[in-house]
Design a protein around this ligand. Structure first.
Ligand code: PMP
Length: 290
């Protein structure tokens, strides 16, 4: 595997970043997780756009244009001959001192890893997964804004630990008002009486690229979609529940906090959206080879 760092490619062993990089010392940086299907990078433009939005929000100037970043991602796929996989794109604040000060950091470090990922076992996709609600609250907008895909994921990791301690792999995080925000690494959807529901971004959800894709697919299929505030009561009484994310794709949820969701099996709306999602991933994306 060849890893891109600031325009050069390194073997895994030689792909090194300074221990003084504030990405490591303080989680000061941002990232994206992007899928590659059939020699095309799925929603590449959208991911790069979100990366630059995250950068703006943390006052980090990425030392290349969005167009150059797109080309760097494609080049990393080419060098690694990746036709299906997962890309991790990371921008750190750069090498600084042991103080917090971002003003004393040098050039931001740009890292691109083209690899693979399998988040959940296959049976979760066919049978559905069980999740719980955890006590760790989703970041408040006045703290690290939840829309920022920052390198500081400790809040979500704490929630993930709580989920794992309870014997499940994903968890619903509520916001500070008690409304459902999303899961630790995925957005959440409900189906109620054939309508698709997902919490609004203002509830503390990440502006998920897969979330946006699913909303588009639902609209194309004539499925009514809304983004109201959602409570756990709404989740328990939904006909269907599923999660979305670039790594997880679409994954059905059949139990939340010990309550069976719907029939306890992946539902028809989920299956329909999954089919159209698979069709889309086969046929769209930025071609790696032109
Ligand atoms: N929420 C969180 C907290 C995430 O980290 C992610 C990405 N893993 C998502 C939602 C899903 O976003 P996307 O569809 O853009 O991958």
């Amino acid at each position: 595997m060849k890893i891109y760092i600031n325009g050069n490619f390194f073997s895994e062993e030689n792909a090194n970043i300074s221990v003084f990089d504030h990405g490591l010392l303080y989680g000061d940086g941002i990232f994206e997780g992007i899928r590659v299907y059939n020699k095309r990078v799925f929603k590449l433009v959208e991911h790069v756009e979100r990366l630059y939005y995250s950068a703006k929000a943390i006052a980090l100037t990425i030392p290349m244009s969005e167009k150059e970043m797109i080309e760097a991602v494609l080049e990393t796929c080419r060098v690694n001959e990746l036709s299906d996989g997962y890309i991790r794109l990371v921008v750190t604040r750069g090498v600084g001192t042991l103080g917090l000060g971002p003003d004393r950091c040098g050039t931001p470090q740009i890292i691109i890893i083209a690899s693979n990922i399998q988040l959940y076992p296959e049976e979760f996709y066919t049978r559905g997964m069980k999740i719980i609600t955890v006590p760790t609250t989703r970041n408040h907008h006045n703290a690290i804004n939840p829309a920022i895909k920052s390198l500081n994921y400790l809040n979500n990791i704490l929630a993930k630990i709580e989920a794992n301690n309870a014997g499940v792999q994903e968890a619903i995080m509520l916001n500070s008002q008690g409304f459902v925000a999303e899961c630790t690494g995925d957005n959440i959807f409900l189906v109620k009486k054939n309508q698709l529901i997902t919490p609004p971004l203002s509830a503390g959800a990440l502006y998920g690229i897969t979330r946006g894709t699913v909303i588009d697919l639902a609209q194309e299929a004539g499925i009514e979609t809304s983004e109201p505030n959602v409570t756990r009561y709404d989740v328990y009484n939904a006909d269907e529940c599923f999660l979305t994310g670039s790594a997880a794709e679409l994954i059905p949820v059949i139990e939340v906090d010990g309550r069976q969701i719907g029939t306890g099996a992946p539902g028809p709306v989920f299956k329909k959206l999954l089919d159209s999602f698979h069709d889309l991933t086969k046929s769209s994306g930025t071609a790696i080879f032109v």
